[in-house]
Design a protein around this ligand. Structure first.
Ligand code: PLP
Length: 400
């Protein structure tokens, strides 16, 4: 799955070139850099490939979410509805802005369930942020309609979904903004990096200033003399990552295709088995094949299936155990969200009475996650490992 599987001489050359030229800063040195701007080239290439008007490269995916949320016009105490099945950064980014994360239930796509979301909308709700888990897009048409009906903004945490499509459009290009991560676990990687896509020119400029101390970037006036638009902070990407990103982006189609081939070899060989169904994303064709995610008839069968697969030496996960991605396991969030809410500057009744994070408040999510059996798909897989996975799934299916 990870982009570093595809590292070769081209990444080495790209980094070496930046070092040789001694031009590691994405801004600055306007007179000596020969007009070479790797981060900017990378941003333009991403925007063009994905079909977005603007792209801002930043230092990681968590920062991408934070910068976008921070500049979307929300006020401390405003609520953002998202999912309890995500990487914790989605929720941390909301909290860091003094906003209140409201975690609704998922459906059998393992993404936020649009049908349940209406129950969580209050007069403080400002946005819905679905997370496209494991490269499968949430039902964005449904969320767009809910947002339109209720005057809310739609944001996309597409950190796990660079290259995924939703009815022909790339993930991250459908909401007001979308964020990708380029960390080592994602489809393409630069070590640490993030990208924000948007079609909103004014939002793009606010984010672009904010991510670099408010600097109004100029290619004529030297850095420091060009003036500031606002206060901000430093979330810059360096030219090393920009150069790496350009090479990785040129490999994304190959990475996606190879994972899809590997997954389809397994699925075709396993064939249809009663009681063994795949998670159902609203656009299954657009899903990245980074995993095979089965839903079994019940939790106990899922355990037996998982153990049977493991007997053959094949790693098989159950998402209800996943402390990395499931809010039920995040004890730290309870204290932290209480503190942040106290510091958010909002003391209205609605904020103070809103239920805090509770570890067991997602019965539907739990009932879905405990039925999962998950296999990881890599870009490079030997015939042997593919055949073993097929064998493990067939062996597991005997327990149904
Ligand atoms: C990886 C990830 C992030 C954060 O990205 P980093 O680059 O690791 O900071 C945010 N949200 C989701 C859903 C992720 O998977």
């Amino acid at each position: 799955m990870p982009g570093f599987e595809l590292f070769d001489q081209r990444e080495i050359d790209a980094v070496t070139d930046v070092i040789k030229r001694k031009m590691v800063h994405r801004y600055s040195f306007v007179r000596t850099r020969d007009e070479i701007y790797k981060c900017e080239e990378f941003e333009n290439a991403v925007a063009q490939k994905m079909g977005a008007k603007y792209c801002l490269a930043v230092n990681n995916g968590s920062a991408a979410l934070y910068i976008a949320l921070k500049n979307s016009g929300l006020e401390p105490g405003d609520e953002v509805i998202t999912t309890p099945f995500t990487f914790i950064a989605s929720i941390e980014a909301i909290l860091q802005c003094g906003l209140i994360p409201v975690l609704a239930e998922i459906d059998e796509s393992l993404n936020l369930n649009p049908e349940g979301v209406a129950d969580y909308i209050t007069d403080r709700t400002r946005a819905i942020m679905p997370v496209h888990m494991f490269g499968g897009c949430a039902d964005l048409d449904a969320f767009q309609e809910i947002c339109l009906d209720n005057g809310l903004s739609l944001f996309e945490d597409a950190c796990q979904a660079i290259g995924a499509k939703y009815h022909g459009k790339f993930s991250g290009t459908i909401g007001k903004w979308g964020a990708y991560s380029l960390d080592p676990y994602k489809v393409i990687t630069v070590g640490e990096g993030g990208l924000i896509l948007t079609d909103d020119e004014s939002l793009y400029h606010r984010m672009e200033y904010y991510h670099d101390h408010g600097h109004i970037h100029s290619k004529i006036i030297e850095r420091g003399a060009e003036g500031k638009a606002c206060l901000g902070f430093n979330f810059r990407m360096s030219e090393i990552e920009g150069a790496l990103g350009l090479v990785q982006l040129s490999k994304i189609d190959t990475a996606l295709e190879r994972m899809k081939n590997n997954r389809d070899r397994v699925l075709n060989e396993v064939g249809a088995i009663d009681g063994l169904k795949l998670r159902n994303c609203s656009d299954a064709d657009g899903e990245i094949a980074m995993n095979i995610i089965y839903l079994l008839p019940d939790a106990s069968i899922a355990r037996k299936f998982q153990n049977a697969a493991k007997e053959l030496g094949v790693a098989c996960g159950n998402f209800s155990d996943n402390s990395w991605h499931y809010a039920r396991h995040w004890e730290v969030l309870r204290d932290y969200s209480a503190k942040l809410r106290a510091n958010s500057g909002c003391n209205c009744d609605s904020c103070n009475s809103y239920p805090l994070y509770r570890p067991n408040e997602w019965p539907v999510t739990q009932s879905i996650l405990e039925r999962t059996a998950v296999f990881g798909i890599d870009v490079n897989m030997s015939d042997e490992s593919i055949n073993l996975m097929i064998k493990a799934i067939k062996h597991g299916a005997k327990t149904i």
